[in-house]
Write a protein that binds this ligand. Structure first.
Ligand code: T3D
Length: 263
Protein backbone atom coordinates (compact mmCIF):
# COMPACT_ATOMS: atom_id res chain seq x y z
CA UNK A 1 0.00 0.00 0.00
CA UNK A 2 1.32 3.48 -0.78
CA UNK A 3 1.09 6.37 1.64
CA UNK A 4 1.02 10.17 1.25
CA UNK A 5 2.15 11.34 4.67
CA UNK A 6 4.48 8.61 5.86
CA UNK A 7 7.06 6.20 4.48
CA UNK A 8 6.97 2.59 5.54
CA UNK A 9 9.29 -0.31 4.83
CA UNK A 10 10.22 -3.64 6.35
CA UNK A 11 13.77 -4.95 6.08
CA UNK A 12 15.51 -7.71 8.02
CA UNK A 13 12.78 -7.94 10.64
CA UNK A 14 12.70 -4.17 11.19
CA UNK A 15 9.69 -2.03 10.29
CA UNK A 16 10.68 1.59 9.68
CA UNK A 17 7.92 4.19 9.95
CA UNK A 18 9.03 7.64 8.79
CA UNK A 19 6.73 10.61 9.35
CA UNK A 20 6.83 12.51 6.08
CA UNK A 21 5.22 15.95 6.14
CA UNK A 22 8.46 17.90 6.54
CA UNK A 23 6.90 21.20 5.42
CA UNK A 24 4.89 21.26 8.66
CA UNK A 25 7.52 19.52 10.80
CA UNK A 26 5.65 16.20 10.39
CA UNK A 27 2.63 17.41 12.32
CA UNK A 28 -0.38 15.08 12.33
CA UNK A 29 -3.33 15.75 10.05
CA UNK A 30 -6.26 13.36 9.63
CA UNK A 31 -4.61 11.50 6.78
CA UNK A 32 -1.40 10.93 8.70
CA UNK A 33 -3.35 9.59 11.67
CA UNK A 34 -5.10 7.08 9.40
CA UNK A 35 -1.85 6.02 7.73
CA UNK A 36 0.03 5.58 11.01
CA UNK A 37 -2.91 3.60 12.39
CA UNK A 38 -2.81 1.32 9.37
CA UNK A 39 0.93 0.74 9.71
CA UNK A 40 0.72 -0.01 13.43
CA UNK A 41 -1.97 -2.63 12.69
CA UNK A 42 0.23 -4.23 10.02
CA UNK A 43 3.26 -4.31 12.32
CA UNK A 44 1.22 -5.96 15.08
CA UNK A 45 -0.01 -8.70 12.71
CA UNK A 46 3.19 -9.40 10.78
CA UNK A 47 5.18 -12.13 12.51
CA UNK A 48 8.25 -11.29 10.42
CA UNK A 49 8.51 -7.88 12.12
CA UNK A 50 10.53 -8.01 15.35
CA UNK A 51 11.35 -4.34 15.94
CA UNK A 52 9.71 -1.04 15.00
CA UNK A 53 11.71 2.13 14.33
CA UNK A 54 9.89 5.47 14.21
CA UNK A 55 11.57 8.61 12.84
CA UNK A 56 10.82 11.72 10.80
CA UNK A 57 11.91 13.29 7.51
CA UNK A 58 13.33 16.81 7.32
CA UNK A 59 14.45 19.07 10.14
CA UNK A 60 11.73 18.06 12.62
CA UNK A 61 10.65 14.79 14.20
CA UNK A 62 7.01 15.78 14.80
CA UNK A 63 5.28 19.01 15.88
CA UNK A 64 2.18 17.23 17.23
CA UNK A 65 -1.26 18.06 15.94
CA UNK A 66 -1.40 20.00 12.66
CA UNK A 67 -2.90 23.22 13.93
CA UNK A 68 -4.00 24.26 10.44
CA UNK A 69 -6.52 21.39 10.69
CA UNK A 70 -8.18 23.23 13.58
CA UNK A 71 -10.80 25.95 13.27
CA UNK A 72 -9.41 29.47 13.69
CA UNK A 73 -12.48 31.32 12.50
CA UNK A 74 -14.26 32.58 15.64
CA UNK A 75 -17.62 31.75 14.02
CA UNK A 76 -16.65 28.16 13.20
CA UNK A 77 -17.72 25.25 15.35
CA UNK A 78 -15.19 24.51 18.11
CA UNK A 79 -13.60 21.09 17.51
CA UNK A 80 -14.11 18.49 20.23
CA UNK A 81 -10.51 17.74 21.17
CA UNK A 82 -11.53 14.89 23.46
CA UNK A 83 -12.95 13.12 20.42
CA UNK A 84 -9.72 13.66 18.54
CA UNK A 85 -7.73 12.23 21.46
CA UNK A 86 -10.08 9.25 21.77
CA UNK A 87 -10.08 8.51 18.05
CA UNK A 88 -6.50 9.35 17.10
CA UNK A 89 -3.91 9.90 19.79
CA UNK A 90 -4.89 7.43 22.51
CA UNK A 91 -5.21 4.43 20.16
CA UNK A 92 -1.85 5.31 18.59
CA UNK A 93 -0.08 5.59 21.95
CA UNK A 94 -1.72 2.40 23.24
CA UNK A 95 -0.75 0.59 20.03
CA UNK A 96 2.89 1.66 20.38
CA UNK A 97 3.13 0.88 24.10
CA UNK A 98 1.51 -2.54 23.80
CA UNK A 99 3.38 -3.68 20.69
CA UNK A 100 5.00 -7.01 21.54
CA UNK A 101 8.43 -6.01 20.27
CA UNK A 102 10.89 -3.20 21.00
CA UNK A 103 9.98 0.19 19.57
CA UNK A 104 12.86 2.60 18.93
CA UNK A 105 12.26 6.28 18.30
CA UNK A 106 14.97 8.20 16.44
CA UNK A 107 14.22 11.85 17.13
CA UNK A 108 15.87 13.63 14.22
CA UNK A 109 14.79 17.18 15.14
CA UNK A 110 12.29 19.11 17.17
CA UNK A 111 9.62 16.98 18.90
CA UNK A 112 6.81 19.24 20.09
CA UNK A 113 3.37 18.67 21.60
CA UNK A 114 2.13 15.16 20.89
CA UNK A 115 5.36 14.65 18.93
CA UNK A 116 7.38 14.80 22.14
CA UNK A 117 5.06 12.38 23.90
CA UNK A 118 4.93 9.90 21.02
CA UNK A 119 8.70 9.64 21.45
CA UNK A 120 8.27 9.05 25.19
CA UNK A 121 5.78 6.24 24.48
CA UNK A 122 8.52 4.33 22.64
CA UNK A 123 10.83 1.89 24.42
CA UNK A 124 14.21 3.33 23.49
CA UNK A 125 14.57 6.97 22.46
CA UNK A 126 17.63 8.07 20.49
CA UNK A 127 18.05 11.64 19.32
CA UNK A 128 20.24 13.88 17.24
CA UNK A 129 22.28 16.22 19.43
CA UNK A 130 20.51 19.07 17.63
CA UNK A 131 17.02 17.75 18.45
CA UNK A 132 14.79 19.10 21.20
CA UNK A 133 11.62 18.29 23.12
CA UNK A 134 8.87 20.83 23.82
CA UNK A 135 5.72 20.29 25.85
CA UNK A 136 4.20 22.98 23.64
CA UNK A 137 0.59 22.40 24.73
CA UNK A 138 0.52 25.16 27.37
CA UNK A 139 1.35 27.75 24.72
CA UNK A 140 -2.04 27.16 23.07
CA UNK A 141 -4.05 26.57 26.23
CA UNK A 142 -3.97 22.77 26.16
CA UNK A 143 -2.67 20.10 28.48
CA UNK A 144 0.03 17.54 27.59
CA UNK A 145 -1.61 14.51 26.00
CA UNK A 146 -0.48 11.32 24.27
CA UNK A 147 0.47 9.93 27.67
CA UNK A 148 2.85 12.77 28.53
CA UNK A 149 1.37 13.43 31.96
CA UNK A 150 2.14 9.78 32.77
CA UNK A 151 5.45 9.17 31.02
CA UNK A 152 7.16 12.50 31.64
CA UNK A 153 7.06 12.62 35.47
CA UNK A 154 8.11 8.96 35.57
CA UNK A 155 11.03 9.63 33.25
CA UNK A 156 12.42 12.81 34.80
CA UNK A 157 10.58 13.32 38.08
CA UNK A 158 7.64 15.49 39.08
CA UNK A 159 9.32 18.91 39.46
CA UNK A 160 10.99 18.84 36.07
CA UNK A 161 7.88 17.43 34.37
CA UNK A 162 5.72 20.14 35.94
CA UNK A 163 8.06 22.98 34.95
CA UNK A 164 8.45 21.76 31.37
CA UNK A 165 4.66 21.39 31.06
CA UNK A 166 3.82 24.78 32.55
CA UNK A 167 6.59 26.74 30.85
CA UNK A 168 6.64 24.98 27.47
CA UNK A 169 10.39 25.53 27.37
CA UNK A 170 12.58 23.78 24.84
CA UNK A 171 14.58 20.91 26.35
CA UNK A 172 17.68 20.10 24.32
CA UNK A 173 18.27 16.46 23.45
CA UNK A 174 21.60 16.56 25.29
CA UNK A 175 19.89 17.81 28.46
CA UNK A 176 17.20 15.15 28.01
CA UNK A 177 19.96 12.54 27.82
CA UNK A 178 21.62 13.90 30.98
CA UNK A 179 18.26 13.79 32.78
CA UNK A 180 17.67 10.19 31.70
CA UNK A 181 14.58 11.08 29.66
CA UNK A 182 16.07 9.45 26.57
CA UNK A 183 18.69 6.77 26.02
CA UNK A 184 21.40 8.40 23.84
CA UNK A 185 22.21 11.31 21.57
CA UNK A 186 24.24 11.17 18.36
CA UNK A 187 25.75 13.60 15.91
CA UNK A 188 22.86 14.36 13.51
CA UNK A 189 24.52 12.60 10.57
CA UNK A 190 25.09 9.44 12.66
CA UNK A 191 21.58 9.07 14.11
CA UNK A 192 19.87 7.20 11.32
CA UNK A 193 22.58 4.51 10.94
CA UNK A 194 22.88 4.08 14.71
CA UNK A 195 19.10 3.67 15.09
CA UNK A 196 18.83 1.21 12.21
CA UNK A 197 21.74 -0.84 13.43
CA UNK A 198 20.25 -1.03 16.94
CA UNK A 199 16.87 -1.99 15.44
CA UNK A 200 18.41 -4.74 13.30
CA UNK A 201 20.30 -6.09 16.28
CA UNK A 202 17.14 -6.14 18.44
CA UNK A 203 15.26 -7.89 15.62
CA UNK A 204 17.60 -10.89 16.01
CA UNK A 205 16.90 -11.21 19.75
CA UNK A 206 14.28 -13.27 21.64
CA UNK A 207 11.29 -11.12 20.66
CA UNK A 208 8.80 -12.78 23.00
CA UNK A 209 11.19 -12.38 25.93
CA UNK A 210 11.77 -8.72 25.06
CA UNK A 211 8.00 -8.16 24.89
CA UNK A 212 7.64 -9.68 28.36
CA UNK A 213 10.43 -7.44 29.72
CA UNK A 214 8.56 -4.47 28.31
CA UNK A 215 5.32 -5.58 29.95
CA UNK A 216 7.01 -6.16 33.31
CA UNK A 217 8.67 -2.75 33.41
CA UNK A 218 5.53 -0.95 32.25
CA UNK A 219 3.48 -2.69 34.95
CA UNK A 220 5.96 -1.76 37.68
CA UNK A 221 4.68 1.82 37.62
CA UNK A 222 1.37 0.80 39.17
CA UNK A 223 2.19 -2.38 41.08
CA UNK A 224 3.25 -2.85 44.68
CA UNK A 225 6.54 -4.69 45.23
CA UNK A 226 4.59 -7.85 46.07
CA UNK A 227 2.40 -7.59 43.01
CA UNK A 228 5.47 -7.07 40.88
CA UNK A 229 7.14 -10.19 42.28
CA UNK A 230 4.01 -12.17 41.38
CA UNK A 231 3.98 -10.66 37.91
CA UNK A 232 7.66 -11.57 37.42
CA UNK A 233 6.83 -15.16 38.34
CA UNK A 234 3.97 -15.27 35.84
CA UNK A 235 5.89 -13.64 33.01
CA UNK A 236 8.96 -15.80 33.65
CA UNK A 237 6.70 -18.83 33.32
CA UNK A 238 5.76 -17.61 29.84
CA UNK A 239 9.35 -16.70 28.95
CA UNK A 240 10.53 -20.14 30.02
CA UNK A 241 8.14 -21.76 27.55
CA UNK A 242 9.50 -19.97 24.49
CA UNK A 243 11.65 -21.64 21.85
CA UNK A 244 14.13 -18.80 22.26
CA UNK A 245 14.74 -19.62 25.92
CA UNK A 246 15.63 -23.19 24.98
CA UNK A 247 17.84 -21.93 22.17
CA UNK A 248 19.55 -19.38 24.44
CA UNK A 249 20.43 -22.00 27.05
CA UNK A 250 21.46 -24.56 24.45
CA UNK A 251 23.71 -22.02 22.68
CA UNK A 252 25.27 -21.02 25.99
CA UNK A 253 25.95 -24.63 26.99
CA UNK A 254 27.45 -25.56 23.64
CA UNK A 255 29.41 -22.31 23.36
CA UNK A 256 27.92 -21.23 20.03
CA UNK A 257 26.07 -18.03 19.01
CA UNK A 258 22.29 -18.34 19.51
CA UNK A 259 19.89 -18.35 16.55
CA UNK A 260 16.74 -16.78 17.97
CA UNK A 261 13.53 -17.04 15.96
CA UNK A 262 11.39 -14.72 18.05
CA UNK A 263 9.11 -17.63 18.97
O1 T3D B 1 -6.13 19.08 18.41
C1 T3D B 1 -6.19 17.92 18.85
O2 T3D B 1 -6.54 16.95 18.16
C2 T3D B 1 -5.78 17.68 20.27
C3 T3D B 1 -4.43 17.11 20.31
C4 T3D B 1 -3.35 17.89 20.39
C5 T3D B 1 -2.00 17.34 20.34
C6 T3D B 1 -0.94 18.40 20.14
O3 T3D B 1 0.10 18.05 19.69
S1 T3D B 1 -1.28 20.01 20.55
C7 T3D B 1 0.26 20.82 20.23
C8 T3D B 1 0.40 21.18 18.78
N1 T3D B 1 1.76 21.58 18.44
C9 T3D B 1 2.26 22.76 18.76
O4 T3D B 1 1.65 23.59 19.39
C10 T3D B 1 3.64 23.08 18.20
C11 T3D B 1 3.54 24.16 17.15
N2 T3D B 1 4.82 24.41 16.54
C12 T3D B 1 5.76 25.15 17.13
O5 T3D B 1 5.61 25.64 18.24
C13 T3D B 1 7.01 25.40 16.34
O6 T3D B 1 6.77 25.14 15.00
C14 T3D B 1 8.20 24.52 16.81
C15 T3D B 1 8.67 25.00 18.19
C16 T3D B 1 7.82 23.05 16.86
C17 T3D B 1 9.37 24.69 15.81
O7 T3D B 1 9.64 26.07 15.66
P1 T3D B 1 10.56 26.55 14.42
O8 T3D B 1 10.74 28.02 14.57
O9 T3D B 1 11.75 25.68 14.35
O10 T3D B 1 9.69 26.23 13.10
P2 T3D B 1 8.42 27.01 12.56
O11 T3D B 1 8.86 28.08 11.63
O12 T3D B 1 7.51 27.38 13.66
O13 T3D B 1 7.69 25.83 11.73
C18 T3D B 1 8.13 25.47 10.44
C19 T3D B 1 6.89 25.28 9.60
O14 T3D B 1 6.11 24.21 10.16
C20 T3D B 1 5.99 26.52 9.63
O15 T3D B 1 5.32 26.58 8.38
P3 T3D B 1 5.74 27.72 7.31
O16 T3D B 1 5.58 29.05 7.98
O17 T3D B 1 7.17 27.42 6.94
O18 T3D B 1 4.78 27.50 6.18
C21 T3D B 1 4.99 26.17 10.69
O19 T3D B 1 3.76 26.82 10.55
C22 T3D B 1 4.82 24.67 10.47
N3 T3D B 1 4.35 24.00 11.69
C23 T3D B 1 5.06 23.74 12.80
N4 T3D B 1 4.32 23.14 13.70
C24 T3D B 1 3.09 23.01 13.17
C25 T3D B 1 3.11 23.58 11.87
N5 T3D B 1 2.04 23.61 11.09
C26 T3D B 1 0.90 23.09 11.60
N6 T3D B 1 0.82 22.53 12.82
C27 T3D B 1 1.87 22.48 13.62
N7 T3D B 1 1.78 21.88 14.83
Amino acid sequence: MSYNTIEFEITQGVAVLTLNRPESLNSFNTEMHAEVRDVLKQVRKDEAVRCLLITGNGRGFCAGQDLSDRAVDPDAEVPNLGESIEKNYNPMIRAIASLEMPVICAVNGVAAGAGANIALACDIVLAAKTASFIQAFCKIGLIPDSGGTWTLPRAIGFPRAMALSLLGEKLSAEQAEQWGMIWKTYEPEALSDAALSMAKQLATQPTKGLALIKRALQSSANNSFDEQLDLERDLQTLAGRTDDYREGVSAFMTKRPPQFTGK
